[in-house]
Design a binder for this molecule. Structure first.
Ligand code: GNR
Ligand code: NI
Length: 174
C-alpha cells in the first residue's frame, strides 16, 4: 500500500545535492515501484502538481507529475533530459519545499523532456505553460536547485491566484 512520505523543506541538505542517475535495472525493484506510488500519494495529498524524489529525501533522478491541463496524463520520469526549450517567459511559481511563498521566475514556455517511465520504457513528454514550467521545476530539484535561487520578488501570496500557486494547486483551477 502506498503511504504519504514527509516532504523536506529548504534548509535540508538533500535538496541541495545533485541527485544520482537511476540504474535502469533498479526500476523493476518493488522498493522502487513503491517509491513511485508513495510519491504520487504524497503529491496528491499535498496537493501539488509535481514532486521530485529529493523532496522525499531520496537523492535519485526521478519525479512524478500530474498537471491536469491540455489532457496531459500523470507521468513518472526517470533520468530526465531536456530535448527542446523554446521562448523564455516570466511565470509565478511556488514549491512544496518552500511552503507559503511565491515568486516570479523566467522559464521556457515550451519544453520537451525524454527519460524512462515506470516500466523502464523510453518516453518523451512535451508541453507548454504550467506543464512545461513543472517539468523545468522538477528537473531543477534533481540538480539541487530551488526556484528561490532564480526567482525575484519572493513574497507571501497577495491575490487568490497567488494563494493557489503557493498552495501548489494549479493556478488555473482557482
Ligand atoms: O505543486 C506545485 N505547483 C507549482 C506551481 C507553479 C510552479 C511550479 C510548481 S511545482 C509545485 C510542486 C513542487 O514543489 N514540486 O517540486
Ligand atoms: Ni518544488
Amino acid at each position: 500500500m502506498p503511504y504519504i512520505r514527509e516532504i523536506i523543506t529548504d534548509g535540508h541538505p538533500t535538496l541541495r545535492k545533485v541527485a544520482k542517475k537511476v540504474d535502469p535495472k533498479e526500476i523493476s525493484d518493488p522498493l522502487f515501484q513503491q517509491l513511485i506510488d508513495d510519491m504520487f500519494e504524497t503529491m496528491y495529498a499535498a496537493p501539488g502538481v509535481g514532486l521530485a524524489a529529493p523532496q522525499v529525501n531520496v537523492s535519485k533522478r526521478m519525479f512524478v507529475m500530474d498537471v491536469q491541463e491540455d489532457e496531459h496524463e500523470p507521468a513518472v520520469v526517470i533520468n530526465p533530459k531536456i530535448e527542446l526549450a523554446e521562448e523564455e517567459v516570466e511565470m509565478t511559481e511556488g514549491c512544496l519545499s518552500v511552503p507559503g511563498y511565491v515568486g516570479e521566475i523566467t522559464r521556457f514556455r515550451k519544453v520537451a523532456v525524454s527519460g524512462l517511465d515506470r516500466n523502464g520504457q523510453k518516453i518523451r513528454l512535451e508541453g507548454e505553460g504550467l506543464y512545461a514550467q513543472c517539468l523545468q521545476h522538477e528537473i531543477d530539484h534533481l540538480n539541487g536547485v530551488l526556484y528561490i535561487d532564480k526567482a525575484k520578488n519572493i513574497r507571501l501570496p497577495q491575490t487568490e491566484e497567488e494563494h493557489g500557486v503557493a498552495e501548489a494547486a494549479q493556478a488555473e483551477a482557482i
